[in-house]
Design a protein around this ligand. Structure first.
Ligand code: FES
Ligand code: FES
Length: 161
């Protein structure tokens, strides 16, 4: 068996030190080593988007990144975004608009939507659809998700100074 390698990173603002096998991807590391199971694993080859997390502020598919590649990085998962309150309004909009059913896609959908809302204060529905197009949902038909993201954008814009 290949020797485990030491890594040190920040996860949701907390320092993490661990030894991991070089073949372990970031999604499995978060779920199995750190028990952060809000990061879901669907296709495991970069298609469904369920494993989306933020690494150094950018969204990435954590099934396509090795845990050792996240050494020295700052990783944020849905647990971190939820606990900080950063996406509380977006989560409320998802609930109010029935933008989730089984919930499997939801953590990654929220992270991806927040990524768009941080870049664009007034995204149109086409842009919302385009930005979320790498995140698959098998339940909702997407309409309610787009509604929730659009409503959140409008509410944030109306609150902006
Ligand atoms: S599990 Fe990573 S993209 Fe599907
Ligand atoms: S709510 Fe079930 S996959 Fe999206």
């Amino acid at each position: 068996m290949t020797a485990a390698l030491p890594i040190s990173l920040r996860v949701n603002g907390e320092p993490v030190e661990a030894f991991v096998q070089p073949r372990v991807n970031l999604a499995d590391f978060l779920r199995e080593h750190l028990k952060l199971t809000g990061t879901h694993v669907g296709c495991e080859h970069g298609v469904c988007g369920a494993c989306t997390v933020r690494v150094n502020g950018e969204i990435v598919r954590s099934c396509l990144m090795l845990a050792v590649q996240a050494g020295d990085a700052s990783v944020e998962t849905i647990e971190g975004l939820s606990d900080s309150g950063e996406i509380a309004d977006l989560q409320s909009a998802f609930r109010e608009r029935n933008a989730l059913q089984c919930g499997f896609c939801t953590p990654a959908m929220l992270i991806t939507a927040q990524d768009l809302l941080k870049r664009e204060s007034e995204p149109g529905r086409d842009l919302i659809r385009e930005h979320l197009s790498g995140n698959y949902c098998r339940c909702t038909g997407y309409q309610a998700i787009v509604d929730a993201v659009e409503a959140t954008a409008k509410a944030r814009k109306s609150r902006a100074p």
